[in-house]
Design a protein around this ligand. Structure first.
Ligand SMILES: [Zn+2]
Length: 315
C-alpha cells in the first residue's frame, strides 16, 4: 500500500505496433485501470507525437515504459524495425525523455510481453521460460535463471530468425528459411496455399472465397474446427514446424515452459496436441528428461503494453 498521502501507483505502458499504438495504465496489483489507442503514424517524429498524445490522455502516471518492434539497444535506440516505416536508428528513449521531461524505459515488444506474462500472467513464478509470439512474424522474450535476458546489445530473443531450412523461402532479414517463414501465423497461410495449389484443400479454398491466393491461416483454422481432414493435416504439418523451433530452443535454453502468444494463441487448443506430439518425437532423449510445458499467453493483444508498463519493475 502506498504511504498515506502518497500518489497511488499508475504505471503507464505503451506498445507501438505496426498499425496501432496501445497505451495501458496499471495499478500496483497489475489491474488495467486505463486504456487508450491511436493509429501508428510513419517516421520517428510523428510516432513520438502520437506517444506524447497518448501519455497526455493517460495522466497522471508514476512511471512510463514503451515497447517497440525490432532490434532495441540497451540505450533505447530502435536500430531496425521491418514493420515500422522509416524508423532506422530511432532514438526512442532520448526523444521521448526530452519531450516528456521524465525517464522512459524502452525495450523490444516481445521482451515486454514476456515481462507481462512473467509478472502477472501464464509464467508467474517461473525462473526459466520462453515467450513465443506467433503473429505476422515470430517474436521471443527469454527469462533464464530467474533473470530477463537482454544480451550484450539488447537484441536477445530474435528467435523467429533462426534458420530451419537454408534453402527455404526468403525472409525480410536477408536470409532464407527462417523459422518465422514456417511457424508464424503467416507461415500457416503460406503452407496452406502450397497445399491448396495442389488441389488438396477444397473446403479451405471455399472458405477463402474460392481463391487459392486468398487462403490465410484463419481459413485453415475454420475448416479444421469443422473437422475437415485436409485442413487438420495442414495444422499437423504446421505444428511440426512450431515444435521444431521449440525443440531447438529447448536444446539451447532448457526452459521449464513455453508461453505461446500472438494471434494464433487465441485458437491455441487446436494446435496444442500436435505440437506436444511432435515435440516428443523431436526432443533429445525424450524419455530421460522432463518435457517443457507449452501454455498460452494470458494477456492477449495487451501483453506488449502491460509489459512495457512493468519494465521499470524488472530493471
Ligand atoms: Zn529472417
Amino acid at each position: 500500500m502506498p504511504a498515506a498521502g502518497a500518489a497511488p501507483v499508475r504505471r503507464l505502458g505503451i506498445d507501438v505496433g505496426g498499425t496501432k499504438c496501445l497505451a495501458v495504465v496499471l495499478d500496483e496489483t497489475g489491474a488495467v485501470v486505463g486504456e487508450e489507442r491511436r493509429p501508428t503514424p510513419h517516421g520517428p517524429q510523428a510516432i513520438v507525437d502520437a506517444i506524447v498524445a497518448l501519455v497526455d490522455e493517460c495522466r497522471p502516471f508514476t512511471s512510463i515504459g514503451v515497447g517497440v518492434p525490432g532490434l532495441v539497444t540497451r540505450a533505447g535506440v530502435l536500430r531496425a524495425a521491418p514493420n515500422l516505416v522509416d524508423t532506422t536508428d530511432f532514438h526512442v528513449r532520448e526523444m521521448l525523455g526530452e519531450r516528456l521531461g521524465v525517464a522512459v524505459e524502452v525495450d523490444n515488444d516481445a521482451t515486454c510481453a514476456a515481462v507481462a506474462e512473467w509478472t502477472f500472467g501464464a509464467a508467474r513464478g517461473s525462473s526459466d521460460f520462453v515467450l513465443v509470439t506467433l503473429g505476422t512474424g515470430i517474436g521471443g522474450g527469454i527469462v533464464a535463471g530467474g533473470a530477463l535476458q537482454r544480451g550484450a546489445n539488447g537484441f536477445t530473443g530474435e528467435i523467429g530468425h533462426m534458420v530451419v531450412d537454408p534453402h527455404g523461402p526468403p525472409c525480410p532479414c536477408g536470409r532464407n528459411g527462417c523459422w518465422e517463414r514456417y511457424a508464424s501465423g503467416s507461415g500457416l497461410g503460406r503452407l496452406a496455399r502450397e497445399v491448396a495449389g495442389e488441389g488438396r484443400l477444397v473446403r479451405v479454398v471455399e472458405l477463402a472465397g474460392g481463391d487459392v491466393a486468398a487462403v490465410r491461416g484463419e481459413h485453415v483454422q475454420a475448416a479444421a474446427a469443422e473437422g475437415d481432414a485436409a485442413a487438420l493435416a495442414v495444422i499437423n504439418d504446421y505444428a511440426r514446424w512450431v515444435a521444431l523451433g521449440l525443440v531447438n530452443l529447448t536444446n539451447i535454453l532448457d526452459p521449464q515452459m513455453f508461453v505461446l502468444g500472438g494471434g494464433l494463441a487465441t485458437a491455441g487448443e487446436m494446435y496444442l496436441a500436435p505440437i506436444l506430439r511432435w515435440m516428443t518425437q523431436l526432443l533429445y532423449a525424450p524419455e530421460l528428461r522432463p518435457h517443457p510445458q507449452v501454455v498460452f499467453a494470458e494477456w492477449g493483444e495487451r501483453a506488449g503494453a502491460v509489459g512495457a508498463a512493468l519494465l521499470p519493475t524488472v530493471r
